[in-house]
Design a protein around this ligand. Sequence first.
Ligand SMILES: [Cu+2]
Length: 292
Amino acid sequence: MQQAWRRAAALAAATTTPFAALAQSAPGAGQPVPWQIGLQDSASSVMDFITSLHTGLVWIIVLISLFVLGLLVYVVMRFNETANPTPSKTTHNTTIEVAWTVVPVLILLAIVIPSFRLLKFQEEIPPSDVTIKVTGKQWYWTVEYAKDSGGFGFDAIMLDEKQRGEAIQKGAKPQDVPRLLAVDNEIVVPVNKVVRVQVTAADVMHAFAMPALGIKRDAVPGRLNETWFRATREGLYYGQCSELCGTNHAFMPAAIRVVSDQAYAAWLEDAKKKYASTTDDRAVRVADAAKQ
Ligand SMILES: [Cu+2]
């Protein structure tokens, strides 16, 4: 079914110019794109599952809506005063009453089974290869790689317009530093490896979300929540804080770059040096972030 939709979308994209441009930027963009109505393209095993459940549910909704619409049209046509001048006095029909109780129960059962399977898949974290901890702060994320995953940490702060302008001047394409999404330090993880993400907050409640990877977890002060993902393709994925946390809630995105094992090993070596030598200018950075 999904393939049929893709084919229809590709056909629509090929026939109209604005949509053709969209089709080029859409697949796996890792961020919202203009005119997008569906979910972001999946880039993880969890998101594959979420996407298929979502598509299945949409079809069930469509069929139920069409069925109810059909019944309404039938009633209006068949039982209006002209077509049916002497109405029936029927008050009970056991068969129909049993059917309209049992059929919805069966539909709900058909929904609940994959739904609980997905919940189990999301909640049971497989043995992980990389463990990172993200701490929500007003208004940026602090990222720490666990001791056995490198043992360093950094802050990820959104690039403001001036910083984006500078990056573009240095040769970055505008789509490489998307407005309100690009950050100074990206989280880098290897492809096809299980990444355990621990989520907490240091001041108020935030929520760490990364739509293409199918993760969203509340970041609650004093509580350590966990989630996981296994990215299935390389790329750069963006997410935003998803819990209204204060005036700059809209300005604390996060970026996860998924790379090959070799690229990850190389980045890890660099990162250990880079982030170990970073002087602790956190107070300055917090003040800067608050000013934006
Ligand atoms: Cu927040």
